[in-house]
Structure formats: C-alpha cells, structure tokens
Design a protein around this ligand. Structure first.
Ligand code: ARG
Length: 477
C-alpha cells in the first residue's frame, strides 16, 4: 500500500496514498508544520466560506470511510473510530473546527485530534480535489431542489390567481405602448409558463450535478481498489463523473446551475417590472405587506419589494459572470482558482431563492381594479385605438354616403370594440379568451404536477440514501 500514486508531500496530488500505515500520522504532522502559518495563511484558507459544505463534507467522509472498510482498504476498527469521531465533530459544529486551509483539512485534523494517527486513514485513496467536488455537488443539489420547491409552490399560487382572473380584462402592451386588450389571467399565465421552463432547466441541471466525482483522487485515480459506485450510491448520487481528470476539475455543473437560477431571476425581474409599472398606472393595488412608503412623501405607496426582486437578477448575473470569468482558460486538472469559483455559484443561487415567494406573494395579494382595467382596455382596439361605433358610423356616412348598418353588421363592429368581446374572440390556443385560458390552465396544472413529482422523486432518493448511510455508519459506531 506504499509507493502508490505520487509524492506524499504534495497535499493533494498524492491522494494521501501513504495513509493506511502509521506513516499517515507522520505525514499529517509534516503537512501541518510545513503549512502551519505565514502571511498567506488567511489568504489561502476557505474555512469560513466552507461552512456551507460542512455537513456535506461529513457525509462524504462517512460514505468514503464505509466504502474503504467494505473494500478492506482500512480496518473495521479504524473505520469505527473515525466514524465515531465524525459524529463528535458534527455535534461540535463548524465553528469548533481547528484552523485549517479548508473544511476538509480541518475536519481531518479534528478527527486525528480525537482518535490519533489512525484518523488520517480517512483520507486514504482520496484527495481534497475529488472531495471538494463531491461536497459542492452534494450541497448544490439540496439548494437546487429547494429552489425548485419554491418555484413549484409559486407557480401553483400564480395558477390560482389566473383561475380567479380569467374574466379580468386589462390592456396589453408592446413597446410599453398600449396595444390590445388581454386579461390579468393571460398575463399571469405568461409568467407561469416561463417559470415552468425555469423549473425544467433547474431539474436538468440537477441531474448533471448529481453525479459522483469521488474516487478521482487528485485527478489521476488511485491504485487502491475503491468502489466508486458504492460511495456514490451511499451519497445518493446517480452514477459517476467517469473520467477522473474531468471529475476533479470540471465545474460546468456550477455554470449551468448558476445559469438556470439566473434565468429564473430574469423571469422574476420581468414580472416585477410589469407589476411596478401596473402599480404606477393604477392597474394594480399592492397589499401593504408588499409595499413601502416614503419617509418624506407619506401619500406614496411604493412597490419596493418588486424593485428588490428585480435587482436580484443583477446579483445572480454577477455570480454567473464571476464564475465564468474564474473558470475561463483554467487548464486541466485542479487549480486553486476553483476554490473561488464556488462562492460565485452560491451568490447566484442565494440571490434568487428568497425572491420567488416575494414576487409571487406580491401578485397573489394584489387587487386588480376591474373597472379601471376594463375602461383602459376599452380605449384600445386591434389597430390604432378605439374610435367608437358612432365615429365609425359617421365616417361611413361621409365616405360611403351610407350608414354603418347598411355597410356591415353594426352589432359585430360594436362587439369588436368592446374589450370583453374583443378578448373573447381571441380564443386561439394559448390566447387570452377565458375559454382558451381555462384550457391552458389544465395543461399548466398537469405540467406543474409532473414537476412536483420529479422534484419529489429526487428528494426521496436523497432521503433514502441518507438513511442507508446512517444505517451503514451505525453498523460500526
Ligand atoms: N479548498 C479547496 C477548494 O475549494 C479544495 C482543496 C484542494 N486543494 C489543493 N491544494 N489541491 O477547491
């Protein structure tokens, strides 16, 4: 089990392959002394930011140790001691960790502090490179499912709003110019549809995030007889990131996840802008809970919550942009730049999460003044404003020398010019006519149910894996 993979003095490029003997402890001492301080110490460390993956690292450690023991790479007694120490480390919490370059090193030190040199065997056949990639994926999938959860809930609420407002006629816009009559329901459904695609993208991203890089070691695999599939299954991953160099280095899963949440943030920003403008036009009355006032102009009711929802798209895009900039041009395999990439992805994810319920809540609690909306919609016709039946009749007499009635069915003309009738006529599939919206709502609810189920299946799979891992650990501790 010695002279395996690489230079044992390299912190991560050797997959700590000398572990498994007492040598592991000596090496730990060497590492700790060699890297114990210096002016760059704080600069190098990600320990504080790693709090986000503290729980993930403990799970990854447990799965790895169980797998090592099952493979006979470490003894059951060592596994038992390490797993017990991990419970203790977990109970003490992230803040109690010893100093370290990152959470991976700090937890390992904490384990060694508790069980002695054998604790170092936890890191056998592994590097922090595959470890950190596994931890980020493990944590990110939770965040993605949580975001999907808020979006699914939000969509349900929006569909309820739509169902209640299919008959509420309002002006629709292009170029921010009043264009054609539509309905509040049709407007709401337009955003729910976009949120459904955002959900698709989040779930797609999830499925690529949820693959295990563990066993890649530094990038070049390991000569230990690891069972990568087993470690993956214990962590609820659906299979592997196969190529070990790819597994340790790739962060495209962060890019697509950040892009998916940025897309979601952009959808919400559009909705927020509409509501801000509707509020200014007197087309919507926000509930007090979602409005603020001005300290100097108390008559004002400002749509601040929606402005802040809109601004979150900037935060998300900033995270995405920072991430892509950090990753662009990095060579294979692991580079420490990757440590800074992770935070950008969290920035994008966190920007969006709280915005979903606020945006939806503002819409769900708002009042739509039907009379004002209908009056304003009535000023519109399909082209060039609504002249009214009398004006058209007058024009017929002037130009054709005949009244409107003699030229065509005046009642039909009147109907076109009535906003309610006008909307009812536009009953093509996906159109604003109440019937068309009702049909759309049925389809939208089916799609929503499918998304809810897709998220539920994934969550259950994670919960089951966590239970299995607990049970496996309990066999040792
Ligand atoms: N903390 C690092 C990260 O977030 C993982 C450590 C890998 N370190 C190394 N020297 N190879 O990427």
């Amino acid at each position: 089990m010695t002279s395996h993979d690489a230079d044992p003095e390299e912190t991560d490029d050797g997959a700590n392959t000398t572990s498994g003997g007492d040598h592991a402890a000596d090496e730990g001492v060497v590492r700790r002394e060699r890297f114990s301080g210096g002016p760059a110490r704080a600069f190098l460390s990600s320990l504080a930011a790693d709090e986000r993956i503290f729980a993930a690292d403990l799970a990854v450690d447990r799965a790895h140790v169980v797998m090592l023991a099952e493979q006979g790479i470490i003894g059951a007694d060592d596994a038992a001691a390490i797993l017990a120490a991990l419970d203790d480390v977990e109970a003490a919490g992230h803040d109690a960790l010893p100093d370290g370059e990152d959470v991976h090193e700090a937890i390992e030190t904490a384990v060694i502090d508790r069980v002695g040199p054998a604790g170092g065997r936890m890191h056998t056949a592994r590097s922090r490179n595959d470890e950190v990639a596994a931890c980020i994926r493990y944590r990110l999938r939770e965040d993605l499912l949580a975001t999907v959860g808020t979006v699914v809930e939000g969509r349900e609420t929006l569909l309820d709003v739509a169902a209640a407002e299919t008959g509420t006629v309002m002006p629709g816009y292009t170029h921010r110019q009043p264009a054609q009559p539509t309905t509040v329901a049709h407007w709401v459904c337009s955003y729910e549809s976009a949120l459904a695609r955002d959900t698709d993208r989040l779930l797609d991203a999830y499925d690529r995030v949820n693959r295990s890089p563990l066993g890649a070691a530094a990038f070049a695999g390991t000569s230990f007889d690891v069972d990568r599939e087993r470690a993956a299954a214990l962590l609820g991953f659906d299979g592997l990131v196969e190529n070990s160099m790819d597994a340790a280095s790739a962060r495209d899963f962060l890019v697509e996840s950040s892009a998916a949440v940025t897309g979601l943030a952009t959808t919400l920003a559009g909705l927020a802008t509409d509501v801000v403008e509707f509020a200014s036009d007197g087309y919507v009355e926000l509930a007090d809970d979602y409005a603020s006032t001005s300290s100097i102009m108390p008559q004002k009711k400002n749509p601040d919550t929606l402005e802040l929802v809109r601004s979150r798209a900037g935060d998300a895009a900033s995270g995405l942009s920072g991430l892509v900039t950090t990753l662009t041009g990095l060579p294979r395999a692991y580079n420490r730049d990757l440590q800074r990439a992770t935070g950008h992805a969290w920035e994008a994810v966190d920007a969006v999460h709280g915005a979903v319920p606020v945006a939806v809540g503002a819409v769900a609690t708002a009042e739509w003044p039907a009379e004002t909306l209908q009056a304003r919609a009535g000023e519109l016709a399909d082209d060039g404003g609504n002249p009214g039946v009398d004006a058209i009749d007058e024009a017929c007499r002037e130009v054709l020398g005949e009244p409107l009635d003699a030229v065509t069915d005046a009642a039909a003309v009147e109907a076109v010019l009535d906003p309610v009738e006008n909307v009812a006529m536009r009953d093509s599939r996906g159109g604003p006519a109440p019937e068309a919206v009702e049909t759309h709502l049925d389809r939208a609810r089916e799609n929503l149910a499918a998304h809810r189920e897709a998220a539920g299946t994934r969550q259950t799979h994670l919960d089951d894996a966590a239970e299995t891992l607990d049970a496996e650990v309990a066999n040792y501790v």
